[in-house]
Design a binder for this molecule. Structure first.
Ligand SMILES: Cc1cc2nc3c(=O)[nH]c(=O)nc-3n(C[C@H](O)[C@H](O)[C@H](O)COP(=O)(O)OP(=O)(O)OC[C@H]3O[C@@H](n4cnc5c(N)ncnc54)[C@H](O)[C@@H]3O)c2cc1C
Length: 337
């Protein structure tokens, strides 16, 4: 935050450096298993040479770039005609994300922010923010968050729940005109693992992504229990008088099987992908504890993709923390050589 405004991470972290922007890295260049630069796509292909390469393209694109550079699961690379430099079987695997399932209920009257999200209401909210810097337009609509364990409220939390005083759609944007509340239920430590794999040999193609949300029974059970817990919360005497009716999953969905089927249809991403260039000490890990890519010198991955396990909370601050730590390690290592 700066002067009561959200601040992009780039301003304080990057500062006045020499940056090349709007260019797409398509490949890491390597000679004799040592990274020597990158290939960029702009109007045509360009090459930049470097003594050390740091890949920070995020959990989808870091593994994709590695694979297009010949670093990844050998069989997959060969299928696409990519010459294998290092057979690193877990590049793109181990994808974890926080699955999110929204429970929505209509509320009585015009409670909440629905009116401020449309037409004249949004103009009023905008003007209020402009003049007083507060009101519905001063935040992202999520006023509070709770962490709890649906089977034992005194135990370590397993669920994160966002409380948005609005009927929000899958992208957390307001939808419809009827006032309401959305409880976004998030599984903090999902057991399911997905993957990012190459669609073809074109480095500008999007990869295939399988988040495998609710792929494991345990994750399904956690969400079903948390839907039941939120229904209990809505029935509390402090909240029940303002709830008009449950919108989703809706009163007709009651048994575990019915809630489970609804969960599988409603589940979406919390936009927290991690794990596709897993850090570890074992030989299958993509990077070691100093974030060096196993099998290639002079190449590191520094972003959320190196997390072996997803954090029990949002991933942005942990990614910035790991980047800070990794940068200090990198500088230390360079000074020693
Ligand atoms: C819609 C959305 C909302 C989110 N909300 C929150 C939130 O409220 N709180 C929270 O904690 N986390 C949130 N996150 C997650 C958070 O943004 C990520 O955990 C974090 O940004 C991960 O950092 P990263 O460095 O791994 O990847 P990124 O921040 O994704 O950085 C990767 C960068 O690499 C660039 N790049 C990718 N491919 C190439 C290429 N081929 N060539 C050149 N550049 C390339 C991308 O443009 C990007 O700038 C949200 C994510 C999304 C998508």
């Amino acid at each position: 935050m700066q002067r009561r405004r959200r601040l992009s991470a780039s301003a304080p972290c990057l500062g006045p450096r020499h940056l090349l922007t709007r260019k797409t890295v398509v490949r890491i260049l390597a000679e004799n298993k040592r990274a020597v630069g990158v290939e960029l796509m702009d109007k045509g292909l360009e090459r930049i040479t470097a003594g050390e390469v740091v890949l920070s393209a995020g959990s989808v694109h870091s593994p994709t770039i590695l694979m297009h550079s010949g670093i990844g699961p050998a069989e997959q690379l060969r299928q696409h005609g990519i010459a294998v430099i290092v057979d690193s079987p877990e590049v793109g695997e181990n994808l974890q994300d926080h699955p999110m399932v929204p429970v929505r209920a209509y509320v009585k009257g015009d409670l909440g922010y629905q009116a401020a999200a449309h037409g004249l209401g949004s103009v009023k909210a905008g003007l209020r923010y402009f003049v007083t810097k507060d009101g519905p337009a001063s935040g992202n609509g999520i006023e509070t968050v709770s962490h709890w364990n649906p089977s034992d409220f005194t135990a370590e939390p397993t669920i994160q729940c966002y409380h948005a005083p609005i009927i929000a759609n899958q992208e957390l944007s307001p939808t419809g005109e009827r006032s309401g509340i959305t409880f976004e239920l998030v599984v903090l430590q999902p057991k399911s693992r997905g993957w990012v794999r190459l669609a073809d040999s074109d480095p500008t193609s999007m990869p295939l992504i399988n988040p495998n949300f609710i792929g494991e029974e345990e994750d399904l059970r956690a969400v079903v229990e948390s839907v039941r817990a939120i229904r209990k919360v809505m029935a509390q005497e402090s909240l029940a008088p303002v709830i008009e009716e449950e919108m989703e999953p809706g009163p007709s969905i009651q048994s575990d099987a019915e809630i489970g089927e609804w969960v599988k249809r409603a589940v979406t991403t919390m936009w927290h992908p991690v794990g596709t260039c897993r850090m570890g000490q074992d030989t299958r890990a993509v990077v070691d504890a100093r974030l060096r890519v196993r099998g290639v010198d002079g190449l590191r991955v520094i972003d959320a993709s190196i997390m072996p396990n997803i954090t029990s909370g949002n991933t942005n601050a942990p990614t910035q923390a790991l980047a800070r730590h990794a940068t200090a390690m990198l500088v230390g290592d360079l000074k020693r050589t």
